[in-house]
Design a protein around this ligand. Structure first.
Ligand code: R5P
Length: 291
């Protein structure tokens, strides 16, 4: 097995390779003055099982093109099996035509990735579409991995005693509810209405959390509007310590600093950042052993 770290996942890819004692190399990516890119595979791939690891944050469209160039090149050069590991796969929130004539981007991205034999995605944002394979036929080859256990283990180590787990919206049940179940704690789920890409309305927090440690768990922090709204409600309810835990910490538009004014923020290392303290390399390595 040859593991290749694309530009969005080098550190995590290296960790995965180390856990598997597999050969590892960075993908070679060159950017031209006109913003075109060119990739070069770092090793000979003929007749090998090749794993490309790429996460989508920052210049996500560049990262997508880079991945597709690498995948098609590996195919042309005779890779025996081509596996994608996407610690964070973007575009999954665009899973329906919210307005007429809009693209259903999740489906289209899924089709782009048809070049792979297998696709491993860490906690994809499956909301209206509940299962990976419903996104596009080829996603029958998709495997959904989850960081919920890793998050629960991380919280256990904090030894917080009395605490309540909060999910900002209904779909966060799969993450907040999952963590609460593993920790045998209570979960409080709020309701969210999205009014725009930077505007959300979240229902009132009715539970009594006074004096308790509050841990808000969601899959994604992007602009941070969701977390900020919840965090302010939790603070007003006089919680003791407040933690915000996301699987994918995108932290667009200075979101991290804004939330840190109220709470401790932690994310998984599906997207690198200074608060990416929960390691998912073990989850990925274990899944790759079965591929
Ligand atoms: C969507 O419902 C997700 O689960 C997150 O709650 C959402 O993506 C967070 O976005 P933002 O940080 O921009 O509010």
């Amino acid at each position: 097995m040859l593991i290749i770290g694309c530009s969005g996942s080098r550190e995590l890819a290296r960790k995965v390779a180390k856990k598997l004692h597999a050969e590892y190399s960075n993908l070679i990516v060159e950017k031209f003055p006109d913003n075109e890119i060119k990739i070069r595979l770092p090793r000979d791939v003929a007749n090998r099982k090749v794993v490309l690891i790429q996460s989508f944050y920052g210049s996500i469209n560049d990262k997508l093109i880079e991945l597709l160039f690498a995948a098609h090149t590996a195919r042309e050069l005779g890779a025996k099996k081509l596996i994608l590991v996407a610690p964070y796969l973007a575009y999954f929130r665009q899973d329906k035509r919210f307005k007429e004539r809009e693209s259903i981007s999740a489906n289209i991205v899924a089709k782009f990735l048809a070049v792979f034999d297998k696709i491993l995605v860490v906690d994809p944002h499956l909301h209206r579409i509940k299962r990976l394979k419903k996104l596009a036929d080829f996603f029958a080859k998709g495997i959904r991995l989850s960081a919920v256990k890793e998050i629960a283990n991380y919280i256990k180590k904090l030894k917080l005693g009395d605490c309540v787990i909060i999910g900002p919206d209904e779909e966060s049940k799969q993450w907040a509810g999952g963590v609460a179940k593993l920790l045998r704690k209570k979960v409080v789920l709020l309701l969210k209405k999205r009014l725009g890409s930077r505007k959300v309305k979240i229902s009132a927090l009715k539970a009594d959390i006074k004096g308790k440690n509050a841990i808000i768990v969601d899959d994604i922090i992007s602009t941070g509007r969701t977390m900020l709204d919840v965090v302010k409600k939790v603070k007003a309810a006089k919680a003791k310590e407040i933690f915000c835990i996301a699987i994918h910490g995108i932290f667009a538009e200075g979101a991290l600093k804004k939330i840190q004014k109220y709470a401790k923020v932690i994310s998984c290392n599906t997207i690198p950042s200074k608060v990416a303290r929960i390691d998912v390399s073990g989850v990925i390595a274990d899944a790759l052993k079965r591929c």
